[in-house]
Every structure is written in structure tokens, then in C-alpha cells.
Design a protein around this ligand. Structure first.
Ligand SMILES: Cc1cc2nc3c(=O)[nH]c(=O)nc-3n(C[C@H](O)[C@H](O)[C@H](O)COP(=O)(O)O)c2cc1C
Length: 187
């Protein structure tokens, strides 16, 4: 049995790309969220979950939130994949606030969190997503200049375009931390 599993939910493929890079680097089993039964997570020592960010929420993260009691003794690593610049502290704080709303406090304290950047091609969005983005844009452009956050400015700068911020090297810290954990906790 493998010791580590990577599970992901991805609408346009960006979180999938990170999940594949991580699974390859760690020699982990890889599952799309809807293809893994929650009880299967029990078989692993380390559970890694990642999903795209949609309106501040992490796609599919309820798999971890709802099953926390089953997996609380494990090494839990969560990653997010969104457009916002994760080098900006305020943006990371915002992502974490979104996670706090969906996950038990204890899990947020225990889990190791990583935030990666994804991509978006407006021409390929579903009509519902296009509409959501249009509504967001209308709301943001109306804000007075001094009330716009750095996330708002990034949103305006990328609105309607095709942008790709995916970066394989950004998984380095996660991979190193897992390797350190595994050295101290070999099976
Ligand atoms: C409707 C919609 C809402 C989004 N909301 C956010 C958001 O709140 N924060 C963010 O950083 N990115 C947001 N994004 C960008 C996605 O997170 C980004 O495109 C990511 O790469 C998607 O990952 P996936 O292809 O694996 O699903 C949003 C995208 C769409 C279409």
C-alpha cells in the first residue's frame, strides 16, 4: 500500500496539474475527488487534498471537512489553486478565511496549507462562470479607487483575458516538508 494519496477537484485543469506534479514528486496515489470513496483515505498515512478556488471557496473541500474525524490522526496537507497572487499576504489571508468557514478549527490548526496559482481563459469558461465573473467585475469597477484591494486590481487586470500563472517549482516547499515528515515517521 502507498503511504500518501493526492486527491483533487478541478474544473478547468489547473488544480489537476498541481495534483499530478505533487503525486509524481512524492510517488503518491492520485485520485479525482469524485472517484475516491471517503473510507479509502483511511488507508494512507498522509492525505493531500487540493482544489480550485471559486468565489472564495475551495472546490470539493467538504470531503476533508466532513470526514475529518476519520482522518484526524493523519498527516493532512491542503492546497488551493486560484488566480490571486499568493505572494500578497492579504490575498493569502483571504484564502485562509474562506477555508476557515468550511473546515473545523482543529483541522485548520493541524493541516499544512499551501497556496498555488492557476490559470483562466475567459473564452473557455462556462456561461454560468462567465456571468459570475461579469457580475464580480461590475461590482469591483464601481468601488472607489481607495477601497479597491490588491485582489480587486488583479481581477480588473486579468478580466476577459487568458492568463496562466501555473508554476511547477511552487510545489517545492510542500514536497520538501513531506519528505522531512516521512523521514521522521517512516512506515
Ligand atoms: C466563477 C469563478 C470564480 C473564481 N473565484 C476565485 C477566487 O475567489 N479567488 C481566486 O484566487 N481565484 C478565483 N477564480 C479563479 C480560479 O480559481 C482559477 O481559474 C483556477 O485555476 C481554477 O482551478 P481549476 O481549473 O483546477 O478548477 C475563479 C474562477 C471562476 C471561473
Amino acid at each position: 500500500m502507498n503511504e500518501v494519496v493526492v486527491i483533487y477537484q478541478s474544473k478547468y485543469g489547473a488544480a489537476k496539474k498541481y495534483a499530478e506534479w505533487i503525486a509524481e514528486a512524492l510517488g503518491a496515489d492520485l485520485f479525482e475527488r469524485r472517484k475516491i470513496a471517503p473510507e479509502k483515505m483511511m488507508e494512507y498515512d498522509t492525505v493531500i487534498y487540493g482544489g480550485g478556488i471559486y468565489a472564495g471557496g475551495i472546490a470539493g473541500i467538504s470531503l476533508i471537512g466532513k470526514n475529518y474525524e476519520r482522518i484526524k490522526g493523519k498527516n493532512i496537507i491542503l492546497f488551493t489553486c486560484g488566480l490571486a497572487n499568493t505572494k500578497v499576504e492579504e490575498n493569502v489571508k483571504h484564502i485562509r478565511e474562506g477555508m476557515e468557514k468550511a473546515l473545523p478549527k482543529e483541522l485548520m490548526k493541524q493541516a499544512k496549507l499551501y497556496h498555488f496559482r492557476g490559470y483562466m481563459d475567459y473564452s473557455k469558461l462556462t456561461s454560468v462562470h462567465k456571468l459570475m465573473m461579469k457580475m464580480m467585475n461590475n461590482m469591483i469597477v464601481k468601488k472607489p479607487e481607495n477601497e479597491k484591494t490588491s485582489e480587486d486590481r488583479e481581477f480588473i487586470a486579468t478580466y476577459g483575458k487568458a492568463v496562466d500563472f501555473t508554476d511547477q517549482s511552487s510545489i517545492g516547499e510542500l514536497v520538501e516538508q513531506y519528505k522531512k515528515y516521512h523521514k521522521v515517521n517512516p512506515n
